[in-house]
Design a protein around this ligand. Sequence first.
Ligand SMILES: [Zn+2]
Length: 256
Amino acid sequence: MLNFALCSTRVLARNARQSRKASCPATQVRNERHFLGNAVSSRRARALARSATMVVDEPAVETEVDPGKVKGTDLRVLRYPHPLLRAPNAIVEVEEFTDELKRIAKEMLLVMYASRGVGLAAPQVGVNKRLMVFNPDGESKAFLKEVVMVNPSIVGKSKKTTVEPEGCLSFPGMNGNVRRHEWVKVEATRLNGKKFKVRYEGWIARIFQHEYDHLQGTLYPDKLESAEDEEKVKDRLAELVEDYRQNPYEGMEPAL
Ligand SMILES: [Zn+2]
């Protein structure tokens, strides 16, 4: 179902990893900047740089976009530790496959593109339903690669796993390494109510697993690969919690 074009993506990913490995933290940023400035490396660079799923190391660079109010929707991306990011996400019932569901999905895509993201899960915009959208290209003009999934479930997965850095618009200004299955088999329902099965691998499998985790109330910092990764984001997480406390949602405690 999906036209992966993963060869180039993988090459770019490998290049990105090599440049990270080859350099000290200070030069990583410069390399990433250079990487970001290289139009040829667009897909993976975009992904690393500014997605709802993936952002680069340093928040100060052109890494992520908080679009604020997005034209055509009132949906906004919620930031950790907003309680709705940890709330249960309900199965979308048969009678809920309505124009309203289509509207939400469409507006999620608007927010995702405005955020320069490649994926967004409904709880990230305060809708606690099992709904996600993604586009591995992260561009609205590549709309043929848009995927909207309702009630997705993982029915198979590889033993093989890979570790890559991830970020999340609900966690602006940080990233960390996360281990994911190399491939997953998924069953889901389309907006028209039709069920489908698909197998994703590599980059798109990672996007899917990240968004699927959101539907489980799991956030990527919950599963950072190493203590070093955890240490790296500790201060930023504390800042986000502090920000939340300044403006709590309905007076609720932060959901850590
Ligand atoms: Zn996320």
